[in-house]
Structures are given as structure tokens and as C-alpha cells.
Design a protein around this ligand. Structure first.
Ligand SMILES: *Cc1c(COP(=O)(O)O)cnc(C)c1O
Length: 364
């Protein structure tokens, strides 16, 4: 079998070691690793297994389909799913012991009607996104406590999510969180799991760790923000393609659509079989670099759907040579974070954008 044209090599040992490292950096009773969006593009099953091997005790996903997929492949660890359709049917999730992050009174009642699942109450402490909002909070907590008391569901956790705007803003959210916790306690409910920190907050703010931290991006070896780029984590994903053609250009020859680049002098260009349909952001046109044999070279001309062109100067390269698009910068490959900078986005957007034509290969 020949090498797939476009491939993503995913290292489960890198994820395992990142989780081990993060548990030292941000210790808490429980560590959740978030494997939504197909494990941030790395493969949900692989990411979940590697995370559990690294000491994670919970797995997080956005929706129930993602949670059921993990159950289908044999993951038996606690799984939390927190984003549900307005008319979500919770029966199967409850039967398969998926813990439900719930944000509305309607969903509390739906969970109770579906047979009494285990819930983590998700409250909006100021992010202004998912979670029970301020004007519904009292009714939400009272309803949850009543259903817990009557045995119609089990309140096992209280959760929220911070904005990362500033230390002050995050700590202000934590105060709202603690007040909601106290209100629940007054109602006789003391959930086991209290959590509001994702990667950045877990690392930055010890007081936001409560009983559990939720690592997404950092578990994959990527920095949640530009100020976290030196944490000793190893990127678990390497995105590669291969050179499929090599040609010599004369000064003035144009490359790719609209000739946004023309060769300033005689040079060699390599055609590489991956483009924006495979997840290379078109917005990085004019800024990007790739790695060939440990050296970095600029991507020139418009990034196209299936192809990019690399200016290798006078280097000797051949059709069939491997091209590192993003991966571990310690071996000369640009990082997903650099691609994020080049495309005016973030590394999260880069790794979750891997297209359907790319073959995922698990490496140790
Ligand atoms: C995605 C997500 C996370 C993980 O965030 P990272 O910044 O990738 O660590 C944690 N909690 C919730 C609720 C999320 O939606």
C-alpha cells in the first residue's frame, strides 16, 4: 500500500504525557480531558484512551452523539456531554450512563421524565453563552434541588466556563459560581464535582480548579493562548503531505490563481498535495511555511483547494518527499499555533479543521 497523499499522524503517547504533565501543573481531585469535535481533530477514541492512560478520570464532549460514540467503542469511564437540542431525547444517554451537563429547567424536566439521569448543572456565571442565565438561576437551582430530593435525577456536579478576558473577570465569575454552590447547599444539595476551568484557567488560576479541571487544547500539546507557549507540552498531531511535482521557474513566472506571487528570481518550486479542503487555511496565503527534510520553506501563491506550492530555492527535493505542514516545532515543522497566527485565527481552529480526505494514522 502506498503512503496516503495527505495524512495526520497522531501520537497517543504525546497525549498521555501531556495529561500527566498537566496533572502536575494544575492538580485537582479529578481531571477531565475534552475530546469533542473528534478529539480536536486527533480522533476521539484515541484521545480518550490516551487521556485515561495519562490519569484523566473524566472525558468531556459537547453533545450526546459524541458521548454515545465513545460508549460504542468501549470507553466506560465517566463521560459528560453539555450541549443539547431543545427537544433532546435523553433516554439512550441515561441508559448508557452519560452524565448530562444541563442548562435549562426544560432539560432538567426532560432528564427527569427520561428516567432520572445524572446531571451536572451548567450555569452562566458571566460568559454569556451556554449555562443557566442570571434571570433563570434561582428557578433552575430550585428545580434541580427538588428533582434531586424527589429522586427524579441526581445532581452530581455544578459547572461553569470562564471567558479568559482577564484575571479579574475570571475571578468575578468564580464568585458567582461559589454563590450558586452555596444556594444549592442551602437547598440541601452538595454536588461531588465542582468545575469551571478549561486549559487556560486551570493553569493560570489555582482557585478556579475546585474539584475538577477540564483540559482540551493543552492535552493535545497546544497552548490555549499565546502566553502559554512554554509549558513543556508536545503537539500530538503532525499533518503531512507529499511533493507530487517539482519544477524550475524563471524570474517573473507566476504561481497559482491571480498570480499573487511571481518568482523574483530563478527558483525551484514543489507542488504539494494538500489544500484548503484538507484544512490548510486559505487565509494563510502569503504568510505560511512548511517543513521539508527539517528545513522551512515559504508557501507561495494562493493556497488552493487541493494544492499548495512551496518555494524551495535551490534545494534538491523530489516528488515523493514528505512535507510537514504543522506539527512539533522542535523538528523544524511549523506549529498549529503559527498557522493560527498566519491565518488570523487560533490553533484550535487549525487542528479541528482537518478535512475528510486526510488519512489519520495512529503512531505511538
Ligand atoms: C471545549 C471546552 C473545554 C476545553 O477547553 P480548552 O480551552 O480546549 O481547554 C472545557 N469546557 C467546556 C465547557 C468546553 O466547551
Amino acid at each position: 500500500m502506498s503512503t496516503p497523499l495527505r495524512r495526520v499522524l497522531v501520537s497517543s503517547s504525546a497525549i498521555r504525557r501531556n495529561v500527566e504533565r498537566l496533572r502536575e501543573l494544575a492538580p485537582a481531585n479529578d481531571t477531565m480531558v475534552v475530546v469533542k469535535a473528534n478529539g480536536y481533530g486527533h480522533g476521539a477514541e484515541l484521545a480518550a484512551r490516551a487521556a485515561l492512560a495519562g490519569g484523566a478520570t473524566w472525558i468531556g464532549v459537547a453533545d450526546i452523539d459524541e458521548a454515545l460514540h465513545l460508549r460504542d467503542v468501549g470507553i466506560t469511564a465517566p463521560v459528560l456531554a453539555w450541549l443539547h437540542a431543545a427537544d433532546e431525547d435523553f433516554i439512550e444517554a441515561i441508559a448508557r450512563e452519560v452524565t448530562l451537563g444541563v442548562s435549562t429547567v426544560a432539560h432538567l424536566n426532560a432528564v427527569a421524565r427520561a428516567g432520572g439521569g445524572t446531571v451536572h448543572l451548567k450555569i452562566d456565571t458571566g460568559l454569556g453563552r451556554n449555562g443557566a442565565g442570571r434571570e433563570h438561576l434561582t428557578e433552575f437551582l430550585d428545580t434541580a434541588a427538588a428533582l434531586h430530593e424527589s429522586g427524579d435525577l441526581v445532581v452530581d456536579g455544578l459547572m461553569s466556563h470562564v471567558s479568559g478576558t482577564s484575571r479579574e473577570a475570571d475571578l468575578a465569575q468564580a464568585e458567582v459560581f461559589v454563590r450558586a454552590h452555596d444556594r444549592l447547599a442551602d437547598l440541601g444539595v452538595t454536588p461531588t464535582h465542582l468545575h469551571m476551568a478549561a486549559s487556560a484557567a486551570a493553569i493560570d488560576h489555582p482557585s478556579l480548579r475546585f474539584t475538577m479541571v477540564r483540559f482540551g487544547i493543552a492535552a493535545y500539546g497546544l497552548a490555549p493562548t499565546t502566553s502559554h507557549r512554554d509549558l513543556g507540552l508536545a503537539p500530538a498531531m503532525r499533518f503531512e503531505s507529499s511533493i507530487v511535482n517539482v519544477k524550475r521557474l524563471a524570474a517573473g513566472d507566476g504561481v497559482s490563481y491571480n498570480f499573487v506571487w511571481t518568482a523574483p528570481k530563478e527558483t525551484t518550486v514543489a507542488l504539494v498535495a494538500a489544500g484548503y479542503a484538507d484544512g490548510i487555511p486559505r487565509a494563510a496565503t502569503g504568510h505560511a511555511e512548511v517543513e521539508i527534510a527539517g528545513e522551512r520553506y515559504p508557501v507561495v501563491g494562493r493556497i488552493a483547494m487541493d494544492q499548495i506550492v512551496v518555494d524551495v530555492g535551490d534545494a534538491h527535493v523530489n516528488a515523493g518527499d514528505s512535507v510537514g505542514i504543522w506539527g512539533d516545532p522542535t523538528d523544524g515543522t511549523p506549529s498549529a499555533s503559527e498557522w493560527g497566527d498566519w491565518a488570523d485565527t487560533i490553533n484550535y481552529d487549525i487542528v479541528t479543521g482537518i478535512g475528510n480526505r486526510v488519512t489519520r494514522i495512529d503512531i505511538p
